[in-house]
Design a protein around this ligand. Structure first.
Ligand code: SAH
Ligand code: SF4
Ligand code: F3S
Length: 452
C-alpha cells in the first residue's frame, strides 16, 4: 500500500500474523487524516512503525536488529536537519515495552495492539518530548470504537478482524499475554465494515481472530451466524476465516461449510502435534483422535475442503515416538497446506519451565521430516487440481507481462494469461499445471465452471 503525494511519509513494517496486517492498515487509516501517506521506503520517512510479533524468539530478535538500522536512518535524517519518529507496535511492544525503550533509545514511542486509536496523541506527546510514551492497555472494545470507520482499500480482497485475544493458554504460547482476553466485536459493526468494503470493490473478506471460531458477538449467534449475514451482502462473493481452534469448531459452523456457497472450502485448523501426551502437556484440550473425528465431520459437510494446520516439533518431553504420532496424524488427514515450527522457548510461558527440553538437532531433524511429508501432501493436493476448471478471483498482475494472478477457492495461487481488466472478477480457469506453491491455467468458458 503506497499513497500518492502525501505531506508526511509513513513507513510501516509488519511482522507476524494476519491480525498484524489488518492492524497496520488500520494504523495507516488513523494517521491519514493527520497528513501521513504510506511509503515503502523507510529511509527519510517522517514516521516509522514496526508492527512486531512475539510468537517465537527469532521473530522478536528481528525487531531489535531492524531497530538498529532504523536508528542509523534516524541519525542521517537528523544530520540533514529532519526528524524521524520511531514507533514500536504489536506484540513485542505489549510484552517488552519498557525493555525496548531501554535497549534502543531511538524508539520514541511504544504502542500495544489495543491502543492504536491513541497513536495521534502518542505521537504528539513524543514530539513534545514529554508525557506518556508507552501505551499498553488491554481494552479491545475501545480500540475498535476508536478506529475510523473509513478504510483505505487497496485491492479486491481484505482482512477484517472480528475477534481478538485468547483464553486458551496453550502452554507454549505468548498470545494470551500479548493480545489479552477473548473479545468479539459486535456483529453490526462487522457487517457495516464489510458493507463499506464491498462498496469499494472488495469481493473477498477473510475474517480474522486469534480464535476466530470462538466468535460470539451477535445475539447468541456464533461465527456461522455472522458468516450467514455477511453472505447476504451483495458483491461479497467469498468469505474465509482464520485461525480456528479445534475446540470451538461447532456443528453450526461445520454445517455452514456445506450450506453457504460464499464460504470457501479451506480451513486452517491448527493441531500442533499428534501425540496425546504432548497435546495434554500443551493444554490443547483435544486429542489426536478427536481432531481426526472433527476432520471427518467437516469433510462430510464439505468433501472437497482443503485442510490446513500448524505444527510444533520438539515441544518439551516430545520423544521420537511422540513425533512419529504427529507424522501418523498428518498421513491420516492429508493436508493441502501447513505451517510447521520448531518449538521456541518463550519466557513466562509454562512450557519454558518444563523439564526435558528437546535438543536443537532433534528439532531440526523432526522439522525436516515433517516438512518433507507436508510438502508431498501439498504437491499431491495441487496436482489433483490439474484438469479441473476452478473459479479464480483475479487479484493482481502477475510477474510476467500479460499474466494475472488470483486465488482458487482452496486458496491456491493461480496464474493465467489474461487481460488486467479481469482483475476483481471471478473467472473459470482450466488448470494445466501444478507446483508446490501455485497452479497455472488458461481461461475457460463460463459453462465449464464447477460450482465453488
Ligand atoms: N491461535 C492459533 C495460532 C496462533 S500462533 C491457534 O490456536 O492455533 C500461530 C502458530 O504459531 C501456532 O499455531 C503454533 O503452531 C505456533 N507457535 C506458537 N507459539 C510457539 C512457540 N513457542 N514455538 C513455536 N511455535 C509456536
Ligand atoms: Fe496461542 Fe493456543 Fe491461544 Fe492459539 S489457542 S493463540 S496457540 S494460546
Ligand atoms: Fe505474532 Fe502477535 Fe500475531 S505474537 S502471531 S503478531 S498475535
Amino acid at each position: 500500500m503506497t499513497d500518492q503525494a502525501p505531506q508526511k511519509r509513513l513507513y510501516i513494517k509488519t511482522y507476524g500474523c494476519q491480525m498484524n496486517v489488518y492492524d497496520s492498515e488500520r494504523m495507516a487509516d488513523v494517521l491519514r487524516p493527520l497528513g501521513y501517506g504510506v511509503t515503502d521506503q523507510p529511509e527519510g520517512a517522517d514516521l516509522v512503525v514496526l508492527n512486531t510479533c512475539h510468537i517465537r524468539e527469532k521473530a522478536t530478535e528481528k525487531v531489535y536488529s531492524e531497530l538498529g538500522q532504523i536508528r542509523r536512518m534516524k541519525e542521517r535524517k537528523a544530520e540533514a536537519g529532519g526528524q524521524m519518529t520511531v514507533a514500536v507496535a504489536g506484540c513485542v511492544a505489549q510484552a517488552e515495552g519498557e525493555e525496548i525503550m531501554a535497549r534502543q533509545p531511538a524508539v520514541d514511542l511504544v504502542v500495544g495492539p489495543q491502543s492504536y486509536h491513541r497513536l495521534p496523541e502518542l505521537i504528539a506527546r513524543a514530539h513534545r518530548a514529554s508525557g506518556q510514551r508507552l501505551a499498553a492497555d488491554f481494552s479491545a472494545d475501545e480500540k475498535f470504537d476508536g478506529l475510523p470507520a473509513e478504510r483505505h482499500v487497496a485491492g479486491v480482497t481484505a482482512f477484517l478482524t472480528v475477534q481478538e485475544g485468547c483464553d486458551k493458554f496453550c502452554t507454549f504460547c505468548v498470545v494470551p499475554y500479548t493480545r489479552g482476553a477473548e473479545y468479539s466485536r459486535p456483529a453490526q459493526d462487522i457487517l457495516d465494515e464489510a458493507r463499506r468494503l464491498a462498496d469499494k470493490g472488495v469481493r473477498e473478506v477473510t475474517l480474522l481472530g486469534q480464535n476466530v471460531n470462538a466468535y460470539a458477538g451477535g445475539q447468541g449467534g456464533g461465527l456461522a451466524e455472522l458468516v450467514r449475514r455477511l453472505a447476504d451482502i451483495g458483491g461479497l462473493d467469498r468469505i474465509r476465516y482464520t485461525t480456528s481452534h479445534p475446540r470451538d469448531m461447532d456443528d453450526d459452523l461445520i454445517a455452514a461449510h456445506g450450506e453457504i456457497p460464499q464460504l470457501m472450502p479451506y480451513l486452517h485448523l491448527p493441531v500442533q502435534a499428534g501425540s496425546d501426551k504432548v497435546l495434554k502437556a500443551m493444554n490443547r484440550a483435544h486429542t489426536a483422535e478427536s481432531y481426526l473425528r472433527l476432520v471427518e465431520k467437516i469433510r462430510a459437510a464439505r468433501p472437497d475442503i482443503a485442510m490446513s494446520g500448524d505444527f510444533i516439533v520438539g515441544f518439551p518431553g516430545e520423544s521420537d515416538k511422540d513425533f512419529e504420532a504427529t507424522l501418523e496424524l498428518v498421513r491420516a488427514v492429508g493436508f493441502a497446506s501447513a505451517f510447521s515450527f520448531k518449538y521456541s522457548r518463550r519466557p513466562g510461558t509454562p512450557a519454558a519451565a518444563m523439564p526435558l527440553q528437546v535438543a536443537e538437532e532433534a528439532k531440526e531433524e523432526r522439522l525436516a521430516r515433517l516438512l518433507d511429508l507436508l510438502d508431498e501432501q501439498q504437491r499431491a493436493f495441487n496436482a489433483a487440481c490439474v484438469g479441473r476448471t476452478l473459479p479464480v478471483l483475479f487479484e493482481k498482475p502477475g510477474r510476467h507481462a500479460g499474466q494475472v494472478v488470483g486465488r482458487s477457492p482452496y486458496l491456491q495461487a493461480v496464474h493465467a494469461e489474461a487481460p488486467d481488466g479481469l482483475i476483481g472478477q471471478i473467472v473459470p480457469v482450466r488448470i494445466e499445471s501444478a507446483a508446490k506453491m501455485s497452479l497455472a491455467g488458461v481461461l475457460a468458458g463460463h459453462a465449464a465452471m464447477e460450482p465453488a
